[in-house]
Design a protein around this ligand. Structure first.
Ligand code: BES
Ligand code: ZN
Length: 450
């Protein structure tokens, strides 16, 4: 497994932060490195696909006639590493401590995506044919809501034709509990601009007589949710689909303790959210509205007496299955209009959207994966959902008509999007083993009738 660790470390050294324009050259280097990993694995037709935004990296191996074709998806971009001062080891100097490898992107997604590449390499480098046909599609803007991959998929569905997609970008429900994720939430991500005047004003001379943009933004934001944590946007919950009763029963049987989750995993003072739903239901099958940042006014050291004339709020709604992103965005904009106090002008700019996706655990592609995971990790594979989003999954369903198999090899404490992100290396190795077994099982079937 030395090659896996060496290649992963080299990949993780590249600061491929897709959201920050100054890192565009790094993102490109990471795309080129991805292509190198594909070639080295013995995959064919390796290519970078250019377009709006960061390159896609594709490859294939299509020499198993009659056998199923899987579309292996991953992303080589990462989240920004800030706040840097909270990292115990530098985010782009991958550091192995015991069984964990620490780096930005260690679990999201390079350390999990490499599982798919190395599983293919294990067959092809040993001179063995792959049991199934594989297409690889890796993108470089999953974390920043870019739409290059969506545009490519819309324009070239035949180039990606497959029977199912396979994605390693989710986590196990608990250590040692083999997990397949059967649902992801969608998202509407937006910026709210609030303006109250032409220039900032002296708060002594004008205070009490003119509006304040930060205060207006705070009033707007506060009106979007009830005090108990439910979303206060009229009609927002209308189209939310309830999970099937057997799905709810299986969630209730998962080992989950609210208090341990609060104290040890989330490490928050108290849990919040929509009344009448469990923590698991709130984050998997109900929408959420979160404020990510408010910019404006004076935030430096010391005191400055000023009335800010503008404010910017970063805001997102996670969407549940059934909700239309365009409708959710419209309802959000209308609620903001209704909540805007006199003297303020608010404008909402949607940055990106994706719809939620759910897959049927009875699909043979899911069932075979569940068996392979059980064989390697031990115990029965559980089906969970995740509150996170992988935007392309909804499009794989809509445009290619295929289910996505989301095999979870991350752990709940991997610190995704946070300081000290890590991957538990034994899971990477067991993941390779599980994916190889999965392909072998699928290879016993004909694609016809699956
Ligand atoms: N890998 C995550 C999604 C995820 C997180 C799945 C945790 C399961 C458990 C993915 O890379 C991600 O973070 N996506 C973004 C997408 C967004 C920017 C459109 C997200 O969910 O915030
Ligand atoms: Zn990811």
């Amino acid at each position: 497994m030395e090659d896996v660790l060496d290649d992963l470390i080299e990949w993780l050294r590249i600061a491929s932060i897709s959201a920050l324009p100054e890192h565009a050259p790094d993102v490109r280097r990471a795309a080129e490195f991805t292509a190198k990993l594909f070639s080295q694995a013995g995959l064919e037709n390796v290519a970078l696909i250019e377009g709006e935004g960061h390159p896609l990296v594709v490859a294939d191996w299509l020499h198993a006639p009659g056998k199923p074709t899987l579309l292996c998806y991953g992303h080589y971009d990462v989240q920004p590493a800030e706040p840097l001062e909270l990292w115990r080891t530098p985010p782009f100097e991958p550091t192995k401590l015991g069984d964990n490898l620490y780096a930005r992107g260690a679990a999201d997604d390079k350390g999990l995506a490499i599982i798919l590449i190395k599983a293919a390499e294990r067959f092809l480098r040993a001179g063995k044919p792959l049991p199934v046909n594989l297409r690889f599609l890796f993108e470089g803007e999953e974390e920043s809501g870019g739409d290059h991959v969506a545009a490519y998929l819309k324009a070239n569905p035949q180039a990606l034709s497959c029977d199912a997609a396979l994605i390693c970008d989710t986590e196990m429900f608990a250590p040692e509990l083999p997990t397949i994720c059967t649902g992801l939430r969608g998202i509407v991500y937006a910026e709210l601009k609030v303006r109250t005047g032409a220039v900032d004003l002296h708060s002594g001379v004008y205070g009490g007589a003119v509006p304040n943009a930060i205060e207006a933004a705070a009033r707007i934001v506060a009106k979007l949710k009830h005090n108990d944590g439910g979303i206060a946007i009229p009609g927002f919950y209308d189209d939310v689909l309830a999970p099937a009763p057997e799905e709810l029963r299986s969630w209730a049987a998962l080992p989950f303790d609210d208090e341990a989750f609060r104290r040890d995993e989330a490490r928050v003072e108290a849990l919040t959210g929509e009344p009448g739903y469990s923590v698991v239901q709130r984050s998997w099958s109900r929408p959420a509205l979160e404020i990510h940042g408010i910019r404006g006014g004076f935030t430096a050291e010391g005191a400055k007496t000023v009335i800010p004339c503008q404010a910017l709020v970063k805001i997102s709604c996670r969407l549940a299955a059934g909700q239309d992103p365009a409708r959710a965005a419209r309802l959000l904009a209308e609620a903001i209009d209704a909540a805007t106090p006199a003297g303020a002008v608010a404008s909402l700019h949607v940055l990106h959207t994706a719809k939620a996706s759910i897959v049927d655990p009875r699909s043979p592609f899911i069932r075979e994966a569940a068996v392979a995971m059980s064989e390697v990790f031990g115990g029965q594979t559980v089906f969970t959902r995740s509150g996170g989003s992988i935007p392309i999954v909804g499009l794989f369903a809509d445009l290619l008509g295929v289910p996505s198999v989301l095999t979870g090899f991350g752990l709940p404490d991997d610190n995704l999007h946070a300081p000290n992100e890590k991957v538990y290396l034994p899971n990477v190795y067991r993941g390779i083993e599980a994916i190889m077994r999965y392909w072998t099982r699928l290879g016993l079937r004909q694609s016809e009738g699956m």
